[in-house]
Design a protein around this ligand. Structure first.
Ligand SMILES: NC(=O)c1ccc[n+]([C@@H]2O[C@H](COP(=O)([O-])OP(=O)(O)OC[C@H]3O[C@@H](n4cnc5c(N)ncnc54)[C@H](O)[C@@H]3O)[C@@H](O)[C@H]2O)c1
Length: 312
């Protein structure tokens, strides 16, 4: 018996990495999971794994590009038509094409923006249209959405202007969908995960499990499956009151992010600013806030970092 018994969930990009762990955890908690991926073999393997683990509800493969709105509608129809309902979606699929901005090609930009941003839009749009028709309401949950952002978008990571722009967009998307869908009984949150996967091997090089596990006992901090329990919780009735939030999730740590917040202001006494006057006043913003005027590496402030694993 799990806390998602009887529910139906879709996880995009669930053929490997973090999405694989999420699909397996949702199934272990009793959900029937539609395992979406562009890689048919990888998706089928995850479904086999779920069946072999003896999950209460069978999983099903869905092969297709989640950034194609027709594909996204199809998987929502598969959930409702074949399995009777849709309770949760996890927008997880992702790719990277890292390059500094002066060298980045239009195709590297478009691919990343499409998979992440249009991917989130397409499935969320199809699911929300269905949930809106169902007519839930505050106190009567009909759907749960988990989006996948990244510290690259929240803080800014060198060489990832395409990916960071998409991920910052996803954080904003998630908080807006949360506001729009609250009246229909749908909550929407985003996670910023960190884990050792094919994606991070590309970006950060090999992160050996043994080194990752070198601290407390034998806990493998960067294992991708560590992200899944929080996602399963966010897909449950128990988390229905939580919406529009961004959580950092890695290892045994769950963090709550604060949205962009104004920390200092200057005003010009109810008159439009004169550009020249601003030259003498903008420095007050930095003095009042302690923020440096030049570019800052905010990623260096992460409590848990894959680039500086001495902190873990
Ligand atoms: N691994 C990390 O540390 C980390 C950090 C921050 C955010 N993320 C995010 O977590 C999510 C999962 O990443 P991961 O590390 O598991 O990567 P991964 O490369 O291991 O897995 C991504 C999966 O998505 C699938 N996929 C790619 N494009 C798709 C599409 N258009 N439609 C359907 N499936 C598609 C791939 O085939 C693959 O199976 C991504 O959104 C990623 O940006 C990961």
């Amino acid at each position: 018996m799990g806390f998602l018994d009887g529910s139906v969930a879709i996880v995009t990009g669930a053929g490997r990495g973090i999405g694989r762990g999420e699909a397996i955890e949702l199934a272990a908690q009793g959900a029937l999971v539609l395992v979406n991926d562009v890689d048919a073999a990888a998706a089928a393997e995850v479904v086999d794994e779920i069946s072999a683990a003896g999950a209460a509800a069978a999983a099903a493969v869905h092969v297709g590009d989640c950034s194609d709105p027709a594909v996204a509608s199809e998987v929502v129809e598969q959930a409702i038509g074949r399995h009777g309902r849709l309770d949760a979606i996890v927008n997880n699929a992702g790719v990277v094409r890292d390059r500094t901005i002066a060298k980045m090609t239009p195709s590297e930009w478009d691919t990343v923006i499409a998979v992440h941003l249009r991917g989130h839009y397409a499935l969320t749009h199809a699911a929300c249209a269905h949930w809106k028709e169902l007519g839930g309401g505050p106190g009567h949950a009909v759907g749960h959405i988990v989006c996948t952002t990244s510290t690259s978008g929240l803080l800014g990571n060198f060489g990832q202007s395409n990916y960071g722009a998409a991920k910052a967009g996803i954080a904003a998307f998630s908080t807006i969908v949360a506001q729009e869908m609250a009246r229909y009984g749908v909550n929407c949150n985003a996670i910023a995960p960190a884990a050792r996967t094919r994606m991070t091997e590309g970006a950060y090089g090999d992160i050996p499990a043994a080194a990752a596990a070198s601290s407390a006992e034998s806990f493998d901090f960067w294992h991708p499956d560590n992200v899944a329990p929080m996602v399963a919780y966010l897909c449950s009735e128990a988390a229905s009151h939580i919406s529009g939030k961004v959580f950092g999730v890695q290892g045994d740590v769950v963090e709550l992010y604060q949205p962009w917040t104004s920390v200092a202001e200057i005003a010009n006494g109810d008159k439009r600013w004169d550009a020249d006057a601003l030259r003498g006043r903008v420095g007050e913003l930095f003095a009042a806030s302690g923020i440096e005027p030049g570019p800052q590496n905010m990623m260096a402030r992460l409590h848990h970092s894959m680039t500086d694993r001495s902190r873990r």
